[in-house]
Design a protein around this ligand. Structure first.
Ligand code: AQP
Length: 329
């Protein structure tokens, strides 16, 4: 039987947060053992909002190093940069012509990201069509993402079905793979808001590469709820429940176990221990990252990854072009 194909990407749009790690990357590492995985640095997506060129270049390479440092084995999974495989932009354009203006306008991420912005690029609006291309190019069966990407994935499925209905079977219709727990880590400053790497306030997130003392400070300043009970109740106690989720995910403990562990102790000791758990959880990743970033290993992985990805998607792109009626070159 053929192995399930898995595709996912992360934008090199800032410092990766523990939201990206717990919601997405941690699952990538697990899935590489059971599926044929591609993990992409989606730089074409990052430029939907302004990026400083040198920072984008650095963030892209750093993200590739983080993939590997977090446990992705480049001999098992294909790690590459999106702009190295031009088929993404090509199919992205084609799928913009399959997606409808109305359905793109319903995307909540577009509404959130465009709100209160002076300038909104056309790319930010059509982004989900490019994301559909990323996934459909590889006949992906499963897409591990955080909760916030669910709507984009539903659109990807609609686009695939529409194309298949109109032109004949072309794309596998992918399934989302969203963690039941931890799919939406919230900001440390506002538990109503998702933790985001492009948050203007660095206190809102813990970056995967934050120094131990920075992590300790951010957690000690994290907002909590009224009363002082460490109890899991996302509706009544969203801030503490978010911190407990982070604790549980780093320690593989259930919320019940976390509650028991901190019974009668209040927020102070909980936050102190949480900080140490996060510091200890990130420390081996940070160490491996520091070794990698100065070596040429990352560049070699990316070169090989792009080559492999190009080979994997060439057939699908040619099929699409032929079905659309393009004169084949
Ligand atoms: N807070 C989160 N909790 C759980 N999962 C999350 N993801 C992002 N934030 C959280 C998941 O991480 C993957 C990569 O996300 P992305 O870089 O493609 O963009 P994003 O979803 O827009 O993430 P950010 O951190 O909020 O980036 P910016 O600030 O640049 O927009 C996805 O699988 C996402 O679900």
């Amino acid at each position: 039987m053929m192995m399930t194909r898995v595709f996912s990407g992360i934008q090199p749009s800032g410092n990766l947060t523990i939201g990206n790690y717990l919601g997405a990357m941690k699952n990538f590492v697990r899935l590489q053992h059971e599926a044929d995985c591609l993990f992409c640095v989606v730089d074409l997506h990052a430029i939907t909002v302004p990026q400083e060129p040198e920072a984008l270049r650095e963030n892209s390479r750093n993200l590739a190093a983080l993939y590997i440092a977090a446990g992705i084995d480049p001999d098992k999974a294909t790690v590459f940069i999106q702009s190295h495989v031009t088929a993404h932009a090509e199919l992205g354009w084609i799928l913009q012509c399959i997606a409808y203006y109305g359905e793109l306008g319903r995307m909540t991420q577009f509404k959130d990201k465009s709100a209160q912005k002076e300038v909104v690029t056309a790319g930010l609006f059509t982004y989900p069509a490019l994301m559909a291309a990323d996934i459909l190019l590889y006949q992906t069966g499963l897409v591990p993402v955080g909760e916030d990407q669910k709507q984009h994935l539903e659109l990807t499925r609609d686009i695939a079905e529409r194309f298949n209905n109109r032109f004949g079977q072309t794309f596998v219709v992918p399934e989302p793979y969203i963690p039941k727990f931890g799919g939406r880590i919230m900001s440390l400053e506002n538990p109503e808001k998702k933790m985001s790497k492009s948050d203007e306030s660095a206190g809102a997130y813990i970056a995967m590469l934050d120094e131990p003392d920075v992590i300790r400070k951010k957690i000690s300043r994290a907002v909590t709820d009224s009363d002082r009970e460490v109890r899991y109740d996302p509706d009544a106690k969203p801030a503490v429940s978010n911190l407990m989720t982070i604790y549980g995910m780093f320690t593989d403990m259930t919320m019940e176990q976390v509650e028991k562990h901190f019974a009668g102790q209040g927020y102070g000791p909980f936050k102190k221990e949480l900080a140490e758990v996060v510091v200890d959880g990130l420390s081996p990743i940070q160490q491996r990252y520091r070794e990698l970033i100065g070596s040429s290993e990352v560049d070699e992985v990316l070169r090989k990854g792009a080559q492999k990805a190009r080979e994997m998607c060439a057939g699908t792109l040619a099929d699409v072009k032929s079905k659309l009626g393009f004169v084949l070159a």
